[in-house]
Design a protein around this ligand. Structure first.
Ligand code: OSB
Ligand code: MG
Length: 368
């Protein structure tokens, strides 16, 4: 799927997404999940192709004919597989969607969600110059988004943030470095303090909680961890070490709804504000993000925004839309609350693998 516009972060730019969708057929219903791995291993160590391999060789073969009482029982089935959270999450979330349909309840309620509306922010990629970025911020603020996040990297930071802050003195503004800095850059990062940011997200290495604790002690601005938090244990370590004051929760990064709910619960007990991150998802991943964001621990606007910001035509119906107040309504109908456009998905499919109790098939559909 081609994004409406290329999206640039400190680890590279993406225009075309290659997305794995998982369909789990259980007791006559179809549950759908999305694997949120990127095309390159720049955000974390997974990619679309590593997830394809892990699901094909190690996860999917475990499931045909298996009796699972509830989706929550899935993590134990794949606990012997180390890492590969995004591959696992794609499958687990499909099972959650199936369970919600079988029980006739919205997925948000099955998860324990209480909000009927979620507050939304946007994440803006690195632009060619500050003026272009300011123009985009103007537009998003006019649309109603409650928080604007700017991607930054060395040489593309202070000047950009300064220009946006000058044009919009009052908005909730944050930045995301996707691990582009080192602890030795602390004096430089301290200059962000003057812009009254809600947070600086993941400034240091993707797997280095300890250095973030060292940095947080020197910054007035709150650090939010994204890449570093791969499970509830990491979240506990980060909170107890004061490595962050805000938490970004992503379904794929922590391995699915079961673990994401645990991280959320921990944040709530610890009074650490949390929000739902995004991975340039199609409508299926987006619908899962909306369901998760209804949990009470999600107290800050997430990176969950309208389908039209990403896709000319989304693969769910209706497309996700945002109110003039910058909120998304949590669906009240059973399951994800959106219809999956199977025809469009089939047209976009390049490769398909099926597992049933007796057979496996592999089909190259539309080589590109
Ligand atoms: O760090 O939050 C991130 C996109 C790809 C990989 C990592 C990140 C992002 C985003 C975009 O910030 C969020 C979105 O709009 O989906
Ligand atoms: Mg991030």
């Amino acid at each position: 799927m081609r994004l409406v516009a290329p999206f640039a972060t400190s680890f590279g730019a993406v225009h075309d997404r290659r997305i794995i969708l998982v369909e789990a057929v259980a007791d006559g219903v179809s549950g759908w999940g999305e694997v949120t791995a990127g095309e390159v291993p720049g955000y974390n160590s997974e990619t679309t192709d590593t997830a394809w391999l892990i699901i094909s060789d190690f996860i999917a073969p475990l499931l045909p004919g298996k009796e699972l009482e509830k989706a929550e029982d899935f993590p134990a089935v794949v606990a012997h597989i180390r890492g590969h959270q995004m591959a696992k999450a794609g499958v687990e979330n499909a099972l959650w969607h199936a369970e919600a349909q079988l029980k006739g309840v919205p997925l948000s309620r099955l998860l324990g969600g209480t909000l009927s509306e979620i507050p939304c922010g946007v994440s803006l990629g690195i632009r060619e110059n500050p003026a272009a970025l300011v123009k985009q911020v103007d537009e998003e603020v006019r649309t109603g988004y409650q928080r604007i996040k700017l991607k930054i990297k060395p040489e593309k930071d202070l000047e950009y943030v300064r220009a946006v802050r000058k044009a919009h003195p009052q908005i909730r503004l944050s930045v995301d470095a996707n691990s582009a800095y080192r602890l030795e850059d602390a004096d430089h990062l301290k200059k962000l303090d003057e812009f009254d940011l809600l947070m600086v997200e993941q400034p240091l290495d993707w797997d280095d909680i300890y250095s973030h604790a060292k940095l947080q002690a020197q910054l007035r601005t709150a650090i939010c961890l994204d890449e570093c938090i791969q499970n509830a244990g990491h979240a506990r370590a980060a909170i107890e070490l004061n490595a962050c004051r805000i938490m970004n929760i992503k379904l794929g990064r922590v391995g699915g709804h079961t673990e994401a709910r645990r991280v959320q619960e921990l944040c709530r007990e610890s009074n650490v504000p949390a929000w739902c991150g995004g991975m340039l998802e199609s409508g299926i991943g987006r619908a899962h993000n909306i369901a998760m964001s209804a949990l009470p621990g999600f107290t800050l606007p997430g990176d969950v925004s309208a389908s039209a910001r990403y896709w000319r035509e989304d693969i769910i119906e209706p497309a996700v839309t945002v109110s003039p107040q910058g909120t998304i309504r949590v669906p009240e109908n059973p399951g994800l609350g959106f219809t999956v456009k199977r025809d469009l998905i089939e047209r976009l499919t390049v490769r398909q693998r099926n597992w049933t109790a007796n057979t496996t098939s592999d089909k190259l559909v539309n080589s590109r």
